[in-house]
Design a protein around this ligand. Structure first.
Ligand SMILES: [Zn+2]
Length: 116
């Protein structure tokens, strides 16, 4: 999962991007594993959802007839397939399209890892 997807989860738990950078640099210098997953594990956050407590499962949008639709799947593929960057398909004037979420089954929505 790309890092930007995880920023919401990090913020939710009070971490900033600089915290992650700093931690990763220190771990790297200590020759320990310094990936994003390691940061989440080391700080007791759920790796599966990035601390967000929910997972993106698809997108929702309004079609050209004004009917709100939703479909699960890869966000990038859905945006392309349904031409969601075209303003006729936007939810409203300010919101283009939205994500569909489901509660993370690993942490049951807490965003925290269960184990030690
Ligand atoms: Zn989770």
């Amino acid at each position: 999962m790309p890092a930007f997807h995880r920023m919401g989860g990090l913020r939710k738990h009070g971490y900033k991007l600089e915290d992650v950078r700093e931690w990763r640099r220190a771990e790297h210098e200590a020759r320990r594993a310094s990936g994003y997953d390691e940061f989440f594990r080391a700080h007791g956050l759920c790796v599966d959802c990035g601390g967000e407590g929910r997972l993106v499962t698809g997108v929702r949008w309004r079609d050209s007839d004004g009917v709100e639709r939703a479909e699960a799947g890869s966000v990038a593929a859905l945006v392309e397939r349904h031409n969601l960057e075209n303003s006729v398909n936007w939810l409203n004037d300010t919101s283009k399209w939205g994500y569909l979420y489901e509660t993370c089954g690993v942490c049951e929505g807490t965003g925290k890892s269960k184990g030690p």
